[in-house]
Design a protein. Structure first.
Length: 256
């Protein structure tokens, strides 16, 4: 009987070992190629980017400079703009139905706007800092706060439903910033880097990294330019767009 138990334990251990080993291995890193570039306002400190019906909706940050924008992709022209009150540092942006949800950094308040008119409809609060936010009908409304945590919010009330820790090789991945849903994955900019984490929304495990340092290398950037930030996905056209804070271009990319 003891021998049977021992053998069962060995078999069970062998079944578990590959999964544990996979979790301990760092996620693979892949590069990207540029499909096309588009003009982008170099004064826009991009904090959130959303693709909708052939246009971008963009949230820009910095106190006194924060705004909500609708942008023509081909030209980079700002078609519609609403300034955010000067005391706020605007952050991530998501579209839920016909409402745009915009976060602020350290004021624990988010704004809800009518998508067409940009008229403010209401506000919501959260206990953490606000960094990134993204919505998908199937995946839900997910928010980051600059830590290794992701938070799912109720799309209607914006109340926190649950949290999830993001890890790579068993270690927390912090500084999660702008978010986007891409084919069932959560993609996250990681602050101070030019990399994007591809996150399994069920486990929080990073399944892969995208290295975008070749798009606009730091040594080529202007003094005002900051890091990569801003991911938008055209689900119908399978197009991925990225940009950065005060970057002069938006890049349509493909994974190598």
């Amino acid at each position: 009987m003891r021998m049977r138990v021992l053998m069962y334990g060995l078999v069970a251990g062998l079944c578990v070992m590959p999964t544990v080993q996979a979790q301990r291995q760092a996620a693979p890193v892949r590069g990207v190629t540029v499909v096309q570039t588009f003009p982008h306002d170099p004064s826009a400190f991009t904090q959130g980017l959303v693709y909708v019906d052939g246009e971008f909706y963009e949230s820009t940050g910095l106190e006194g400079q924060s705004s909500l924008r609708r942008v023509e992709i081909a030209t980079g022209k700002v078609l519609q703009r609403r300034a955010v009150e000067a005391k706020y540092f605007a952050e991530g942006l998501a579209l839920v139905g016909d409402e745009l949800l915009q976060l602020t950094w350290q004021h624990n308040i988010g704004f809800v706007y009518d998508r067409k008119t940009f008229a403010p409809k209401r506000t919501f609060t959260y206990a953490t800092e606000g960094w990134g936010i993204a919505y998908d009908v199937k995946g839900g409304l997910v928010m980051s706060d600059g830590s290794e945590k992701l938070f799912w919010l109720d799309p209607k009330t914006q109340k926190v439903l649950r949290g999830l820790t993001v890890t790579d090789a068993g270690r927390p991945v912090s500084q999660l910033n702008e978010l986007e849903w891409v084919e069932g994955e959560i993609w996250a900019n990681v602050w101070t880097t030019d990399r994007i984490a591809r996150i399994n929304p069920s486990t929080g495990v990073v399944t892969g990294w995208l290295d975008l340092s070749n798009l606009w290398p730091p040594y080529q950037r202007t003094p005002d330019a900051d890091v990569l930030n801003g991911i938008a996905y055209d689900a119908a056209g399978k197009r991925i767009f990225v940009t950065g804070k005060k970057w002069p271009k938006v890049y349509q990319i493909a994974i190598k």
